[in-house]
Design a protein around this ligand. Structure first.
Ligand code: ATP
Length: 533
């Protein structure tokens, strides 16, 4: 062989050997490791991680994870996401190079998990091939469609007077124990018939309250289409802080797959408190009510993720029902006003109505839905305006009746009508009312058919009317859900059925003979008394 050719063969062989050697050598990946400087309540200060990014996950001994939150040149403030009593100054901390993410997917339906995706229901690990970061940017404006489809809550007062649309953000606020959770749970229960998936995010709640909510959802068959994300009061503040973001990513997965989703944040007061605690521990400067300056931003970036996507993007929607607890009915405190300005309306629950037994204790005057009216079914719109006006007139006039003022006939009628509206807007927990039944009740109320029914028989009259809905011809009932307006003929048919159903609840016109004997008896007895005296 020629020397040139020999040289080529030799070079090729040498290169091949080099390549084989390279591929069999294990590649060395650098580990960036730092040291814990201090560990205090729910946070750790770490040094020696110069490359760490904001919100990057770092790993502590014992598989405890943390989020890098205060990234300074020499020191990193880390929010701890697990039990940290075994951590000490001097322990190693390792960068992971990734941000916090959570399992998402169909397999999460029916599960109760914590914000890290760990199961809390004893049904084994959550198996899902897909993960999404918990912090995601919200859909850009050009990807958003207007809110046009109603989200039926099954709660008469809300569906009629404060309607919610799919993709809307409606705040539920009120003092403690006024029925805030009850409204959210009832709304979830009602989604069974509407094919809306639900995510219930319990944030820093008492374990007993969470257990009660989960038991109700399970008992009523709502867990089939619901994911529950839980942090309890005694969990680290870091876990409480990330809970709503993780729950939103779980919900967004379904939305991006074209589904309609409802998410409940119960409640964001606990979330704000957890964030305040972390910020103060990280020595961020406190602002109003000791909350950090970016408290508005953390809630607005969360709630901006609720939207209705365009048809080309699947047409899915994410409706958010954040809950806020007020103190002594102060809706102008810092966090409630922030949330009121971020959301598209609010449902205010009044403790005084709760005490009076008007449940759900929705104060219609202080509640509003800014976009839901456009999404409301046409049949509701026909009666809602008149009903709201009649109800607010009644509330104003009711105050006068407390002074025992003599009322003219017209005022008396307004008050009697208003009392019946209030009585019919009452509703027990866990018993959503279907749309056709709600509409028939509202039409009958609007036509003042209930005004002749005594107040103590209103509930029976309502039951009788609801049972009579079956008599309405199917084609008329179909128009209720099809967002079609009712014709005069339809209205007449419905009112005729309602009249019949309510007939037996009218008080019998009292025959004169009934009163006369009473007078006689009284007179007689007076005479007898006189005689006896
Ligand atoms: N429509 C209703 N009918 C009957 N009872 C109701 C109704 N709504 C709420 N309740 C009752 O009122 C109580 C308080 O309700 P709920 O726990 O929902 O209030 P909350 O405002 O969420 O309370 P917390 O401040 O503890 O979160 C519960 O005992 C619940 O059963």
């Amino acid at each position: 062989m020629e020397p040139e050719r020999l040289k080529d063969v030799f070079n090729n062989a040498f290169n091949e050997i080099n390549q084989v050697r390279k591929s069999s050598t294990p590649t060395l990946t650098p580990r960036e490791v730092g040291t814990i400087l201090t560990v205090s309540t729910d946070i750790a200060n770490v040094s020696g991680l110069p490359g760490v990014g904001y919100e990057e996950i770092v790993k502590f001994p014992g598989d405890v994870f943390g989020i890098a939150f205060n990234v300074d040149e020499k020191e990193v403030g880390v929010i701890l996401l697990g039990e940290y009593s075994h951590l000490h100054a001097g322990d190693e901390v390792e960068r992971t190079g990734r941000v916090m993410d959570v399992s998402v997917g169909e397999s999460l339906l029916g599960r109760v998990i914590d914000p890290l995706g760990r199961p809390l229901d004893g049904k084994g690990p959550v198996i899902s091939g897909k993960r999404l970061p918990i912090e995601r940017s919200s859909a850009p404006i050009m990807d958003r469609a207007p809110v046009t489809v109603p989200l039926q809550t099954g709660i008469k007062v809300i569906d009629a007077l404060i309607p919610i649309g799919r993709g809307q953000r409606e705040l539920i606020l009120g003092d403690r124990q006024t029925g805030k959770t009850a409204i959210a749970i009832d709304t979830i229960l009602n989604q069974r018939d509407y094919n809306v998936l639900c995510v219930y995010c319990a944030i820093g709640q008492r374990a007993s309250a969470v257990a009660r909510a989960v038991a109700t959802l399970r008992e009523k068959g709502a867990m089939d289409y619901t994911v529950v994300v839980v942090t309890e009061g005694n969990d680290p503040s870091g876990l409480t802080y990330i809970a709503p973001y993780a729950a939103t990513s779980i919900a967004e997965y379904f939305m991006e797959a074209g589904r309609d989703v409802l998410i409940v944040y119960d409640d964001l007061t606990n979330h704000a408190r957890a964030y305040r605690e972390l910020s103060l521990l990280l020595r961020r400067p406190p602002g109003r009510e000791a909350y950090p300056g970016d408290i508005f931003y953390i809630h607005s970036r969360l709630l901006e993720r609720a939207t209705h996507l365009l048809g080309e993007l699947g047409g899915g929607s994410l409706t958010a029902l954040p809950i806020i607890e007020t103190e002594a009915q102060n809706i102008s405190a810092y966090i409630p006003t922030n949330l009121i300005s971020i959301t598209d309306g609010q449902i205010y629950l009044s403790p005084s109505l709760f005490e009076l037994g008007v449940l759900p204790a929705v104060d219609v005057g202080k509640s509003v839905s800014r976009v839901g009216g456009k999404a409301q079914l046409a049949v509701y719109r026909e009666v809602a305006g008149a009903l709201k006006l009649a109800y607010s007139q009644f509330e104003e006039l009711e105050a006068f009746t407390r002074f025992g003022a003599r009322l003219d006939e017209n005022t008396r009628k307004i008050i009697e009508h208003g009392r019946r509206i209030r009585a019919l807007l009452k509703q027990p927990e866990f018993s959503p009312v279907p749309v056709p039944e709600q509409i028939v009740i509202l039409l009958a109320l609007d036509a003042k058919l209930f005004d002749s029914v005594p107040l103590d028989r209103i509930i029976d009259a309502e039951h009788s009317l609801r049972a009579a809905v079956a008599d309405i011809p199917a084609e008329v009932r179909e128009r209720f859900n099809a967002d079609a307006e009712l014709s005069d003929r339809d209205r007449e048919i419905i009112l005729e059925i309602a009249r019949k159903a309510l007939e037996r609840f009218r008080p019998e016109s009292k025959p004169v003979t009934i009163t006369k004997p009473e007078v006689k008896t009284e007179a007689k007895s007076m005479q007898e008394t006189k005689e006896n005296v």
